[in-house]
Design a protein around this ligand. Sequence first.
Ligand SMILES: Cc1ncc(COP(=O)(O)O)c(C=O)c1O
Length: 435
Amino acid sequence: MSHFIQQEIERLQETYLENTPKSREVFEQAKASLPAGNTRNNLFFPPYPPYFNHGEGCKLTDVDGNTYLDFLSDFTVAIYGHSHPRLRQEAQDVLGRGCNYGGCIPAEHKLANALIDRFKGIDQLRFTNSGTEANLYALLTALAHSQKPKVIVFEGGYHGGVMNYCHENIPINAPFEIIVVPYNDPLAFEQALFEQGSEIGAVVMELMVNAGGCIPATEIFAKSVRKMTRELNIPLVIDEVMTARLGYSGLQGQYGIEADMTCLGKFIGGGFTIGAFGGKREFMEIYDAQHPGYTAHGGSFNNNVFSMHVGAAALNEVLTLEVMNSLNDRGDQLREQLNLLFREAEVPLMFIGTGSVMNLHLTREPLLQKNRNPLSAEIAKLYHRFLLNEGIWIAARGLIALNIALNDDSYKALIDTTAAFVDRHQKELQALPER
Ligand SMILES: Cc1ncc(COP(=O)(O)O)c(C=O)c1O
């Protein structure tokens, strides 16, 4: 780590420690029973993260009573902000009617229809409990269809805790026969198909690698992958767990392509636990239990009443086409404003992303692949610490995801605080090696 970054993080940490004694107490108790005191690694940063106990509108409150403007929105889930009145009412209604029927409920197809209306490539779908599970099922469905063993994924891709291709040699990745190909490189993809095409049973891709730093696919890459997989009859699985919120028909709609299988999750349950995988009828019909020889698909909480009801209300009544478009336009504007600020200060920083989701990078140019400069992640940590002490919540890796409860004052606070960050560190930032 650069000397200046380390020194500054230590300085900011002193204030953080003073502000968060109760979070520290919770952490000390939690770490005995939970590795690092939590159950979701990306929430942890040293010495301990704040522990929250309240969220309202665009604000979060921690156990010490500190409030934060929420510019992370639960890594894209909380697109509605917190305690949205319509969604709260729906959840309360459900609670009053019991929640473990062990039977089918009408809200299942209402939520399914809301998604099918949006995604042209989905004729039918099934719900799961998480995006990870949705990806596993989508891929297994594709492999069952193609009857071939190998899977192409892209560098920097993250399809859940057990399908993580952001780093090499992850010991707990699901044991598929994986071929990892560079992102945004149609020639490398073509080469992989040329060498092993006859054995490839599925390709899994994101149209913006999220965990890899919100790097959007180039149009030519997205279209070539679709064209080549179609020509060779290889099922294409598009993971829209995080990107479905970036267009009314997800990023597939923006790029004008259709997956054979699509994975969804995060916000589609109105803030409750969820995942979904769906696609063309020819892929999904194996689950049709009206026919002999169907394939089993289960899950105790697949149709949990909170996710089904609140999800349907959220998609049908809250997250309309206009609301989604306006949030994504706001994201494009914000990214432009922040990047202008960096350019004017001549510092090598840039937010990269699409619409309402973006990540800070140490670079002056848009990136096509995962940022390989280790200092980029370190700068993101420093920015995160700076914002944290000023009451703004983003991810430690520099991820920002907007929600509809943020207002003009919230955006101004983020821009002013970023300007103060740049002002304080302008000289040191200018001296950082960009590669
Ligand atoms: C693109 C993508 N796919 C899959 C997942 C996994 O979803 P979940 O965390 O609900 O298991 C995530 C989660 O961040 C994701 O970003």
